[in-house]
Design a protein around this ligand. Structure first.
Ligand SMILES: *Cc1c(COP(=O)(O)O)cnc(C)c1O
Ligand SMILES: [Zn+2]
Length: 427
């Protein structure tokens, strides 16, 4: 079968030749591996920043593709821009009306609903599948809370790779249909995400498959850095003062921090990045926010129960690292209720015309909470990451949103409805 991946020559040597253990710093060859054999710590991609600094520039980035691949020099694969469905380079929208409601000053929304499969997962998947092809895999797989499933299925279809996607059986229809349509194998597992993930870790030991968030996790995770790269570029190569990031496994949050840090290291930023990083969770699955509130270091696993299913990871792989990043940056973590999540979705839609999924509701509700408590300040330049589209999670809010009135097709019926209960002017 022809593959768009194999037909593209490698333009540069990989900026990543090794992986390093985040705990004991032992290094490994950059293959399909993710834990340290010595201490079982997670492995992370290592870059030669001096070499990167010598080759990247603002001009070269500006001349690159309108996707994550404009930052190829800081991504861990040579297959650039081989697998490009158009992930990334999403709008950064100035949100003055929302800022006014929250009592904030300069607020921006990074609108990552506008990706090929409508979530930020397209960033991590484009990187992971490019790496999978580079390493010679023919079959890709993942454990997913929904959005990753969509993205792996779509990118695998585009690349001519086989796919096996594992999800909890109780997923929203908006996420199963939008995965199955791409024609790969979709396996619904009777259990929650943590069960699915455990199963996939076992399968990864048995099958020669590239599990994007298991044995390719060190590469996959790097794709999230592009949210920091784009934010800085869109703000004229400056870093914001404070960002609010949704937390599931915690990977996204830690990689946004790493992204700003790397821009500083390779000389692409005006000034030093000093970004406060705050994390957002749903109360029904908030192990990292709970540890923050207690002031402790232990992340205690929970059984998730929330409408924010894309964030429902009860035992977050990068939870401790996310907690550490938040604390050291001077940010905070908060957890919001399902009612607040729905209100957050409606608030963003009503003020800015952006329809977010439940995870976006978590972010906006957390931003509102942190603004009200003075953690996010009026004098800060703030960016909130809205990571998925509302059409995928209609089940979560449908009971709360509907027509203002249902009427017979007559003028009288409209007037009656108008005078009784509808159509008050916008505030
Ligand atoms: C996966 C996901 C996240 C967070 O992912 P991490 O596991 O913390 O990296 C945030 N928002 C949406 C919509 C997601 O699908
Ligand atoms: Zn180690």
């Amino acid at each position: 079968m022809p593959s768009v991946l194999t037909s593209v020559p490698s333009p540069v040597s990989s900026p990543v030749s090794s992986l390093r253990c985040r705990e004991c710093s032992r290094t490994y060859e950059a293959g399909p591996t993710y834990t340290c054999e010595w201490c079982f710590g997670p492995l992370e991609a290592v870059y030669d920043y001096e070499a990167v600094a010598a080759t990247v520039s603002r001009e070269r980035i500006a001349a690159g593709p309108a996707s994550i691949w404009r930052y190829a020099g800081l991504l861990p694969t040579t297959r650039v821009p081989a697998l490009d469905l158009g992930a990334g380079f999403t709008p950064l929208v100035r949100a003055d009306r929302l800022a006014a409601e929250l009592g904030l000053g300069e607020l921006w929304i990074k609108d990552d609903t506008r990706n090929p499969t409508n979530s930020f997962k397209d960033r991590v998947v484009a990187v992971a599948l490019s790496k999978a092809a580079e390493l010679g895999f023919r079959t890709v797989a993942c454990a997913s809370t929904g959005n990753l499933a969509n993205s792996v299925a779509a990118h695998a279809a585009h690349a001519g790779l086989n796919s096996f996607v594992f999800v909890p059986a109780d997923l929203e229809a908006g996420k199963t249909v939008t995965t199955a349509v791409y024609g790969g194998n979709l396996v619904a597992v009777e259990g929650n995400y943590d069960d699915v993930n455990r199963l996939c870790a076992e399968l990864a030991g048995e099958h020669p498959w590239a599990f994007v968030n298991v044995n390719l996790r060190p590469y996959y995770a790097e794709g999230s850095k592009t949210l920091a790269f784009e934010t800085a570029e869109q703000l004229g190569w400056t870093a914001p003062d404070h960002v609010v990031v949704p937390v599931a496994s915690g990977s996204l949050l830690t990689k946004i921090a790493k992204g700003f840090d790397e821009l500083g290291r390779v000389g692409l930023l005006d000034g030093e990045p000093a970004v406060r990083i705050s994390g957002a969770q749903a109360q029904g699955c908030s192990p990292v926010a709970a540890a923050f509130a207690e002031g402790g270091d232990t992340i205690r696993p929970v059984k998730p129960s929330t409408i924010a299913k894309s964030l429902a990871i009860g035992n977050p792989a990068d939870g401790w690292y996310a907690l550490d990043v938040v604390r050291r940056s001077g940010g905070a973590l908060a957890a919001v209720t399902d009612d607040e999540i729905v209100e957050g979705i409606r608030l963003l839609a009503r003020t800015e015309g952006i329809f977010a999924e439940t995870a976006g509701g978590v972010t906006i509700a957390t931003l509102a909470r942190l603004a009200a408590t003075g953690v996010v300040r009026r004098d800060e330049r703030v960016v909130a990451y809205v990571t998925g589209h509302g059409l995928k999670t209609l089940d979560g809010i449908a009971p709360r949103v509907g027509p203002s009135a249902t009427i017979a097709p007559t003028i009288d019926a409209f007037h009656r409805a108008y005078s009784t209960h509808i159509l008050e002017a916008r505030p």
